[in-house]
Design a binder for this molecule. Structure first.
Ligand SMILES: NC(=O)c1ccc[n+]([C@@H]2O[C@H](COP(=O)([O-])OP(=O)(O)OC[C@H]3O[C@@H](n4cnc5c(N)ncnc54)[C@H](OP(=O)(O)O)[C@@H]3O)[C@@H](O)[C@H]2O)c1
Length: 253
């Protein structure tokens, strides 16, 4: 019996991943800090879909957060068929005006814990046929982002790392995907102080649409959900970096 482990399953895109994967009859391990939400979701999904849903409350901003999650998986003997590294957050503002501690926590959650979980759980994933890893990056990964410098840099890391790992593991049976959503309806915008930015005012995709496209192409190296987002990324490839970073800064000024 295999499980898919989803980080950041208490809200937004991660919660929708849990709902869609449970509907596929996948057993789940849900990870986030808000245990009450995870427990409620686990009960709902196990009753609705007859799947086994485990809850691991963990703070992935803590240096040992990922280690504790991996240790719990190992000690429970859970076999993994999938890993969705989705937990993450952003913060809008000038680099020197934002809290250094919060920005370092962002690097820990968005990058370091994602790398640790991938490294520690890969041996388990490799043992099971058809396994996959989805690392949630962002369209922010494709250019620098003034007013969200660290967030954009973390997502550039996730995209580069995941794309490289996709190639390294091509013959291993484990598919690695970088999911690059644009603005998406979730708790993210409020958490990142972005609700009133031009980026979010221009409209956001539903988390359901993002996740459905992600799962349909889970064995691809990169998935950019939504035609508008794909067009923006394509335009970014044919225009100078100077223009791209100015536009990114303007969208979230
Ligand atoms: N929404 C967008 O516009 C958008 C666009 C591109 C990419 N993304 C990416 O999509 C991913 C999911 O974001 P979302 O939009 O679904 O945002 P969200 O609704 O705010 O959900 C974020 C999730 O991450 C978890 N999380 C945050 N800090 C954590 C920590 N220290 N330890 C453990 N879990 C933590 C939260 O759980 P707890 O608070 O319960 O811990 C929550 O479940 C993120 O990586 C984000 O960067 C979002």
């Amino acid at each position: 019996m295999n499980y898919v482990l989803i980080t950041g399953a208490s809200a937004g895109i991660g919660e929708v991943f849990a709902r869609e994967l449970a509907a596929e009859k996948q057993n789940l391990i849900l990870v986030a800090r808000r245990e009450d939400r995870l427990t409620a979701l686990a009960s709902e999904l196990s009753v609705q879909h007859g799947v086994s849903v485990e809850v691991l409350a963990a703070d992935l901003a803590a240096a040992d957060g990922a280690e504790k999650v991996a240790a719990a998986v190992a000690s429970s003997g859970w076999k993994l068929g999938g890993l969705v590294n989705n937990a993450g957050f952003g913060d809008r503002g000038a680099f020197t005006e934002l809290s250094l501690e919060r920005q370092l926590n962002m690097i820990q959650v968005n990058v370091a814990s994602l790398v640790s979980l991938t490294w520690k759980l890969l041996p388990n994933l490799k043992k099971n046929q058809g396994s996959f890893i989805i690392n949630v990056a962002s369209t922010a990964a494709f250019q620098a982002g003034p007013n969200m410098a660290i967030y954009y840099a973390t997502k550039a890391f996730v995209l580069s790392f995941s794309e490289a790992l996709h190639e390294e593991l091509r013959d291993s049976g484990v598919a690695v995907n970088a999911l690059c959503p644009g603005a998406t309806e979730s708790e993210f915008a409020a958490e990142a102080n972005m609700t009133n930015t031009k980026l979010f005012k221009a409209g956001a995709m539903s988390a359901e649409a993002v996740v459905k496209q992600a799962l349909a192409k889970r064995r691809s190296a990169i998935v950019i959900p939504g035609l508008r987002n794909r067009l923006m990324v394509w335009l970014g490839k044919i225009s100078p970096r100077l223009i791209n970073r100015r536009i990114a800064g303007w969208l979230q000024a």
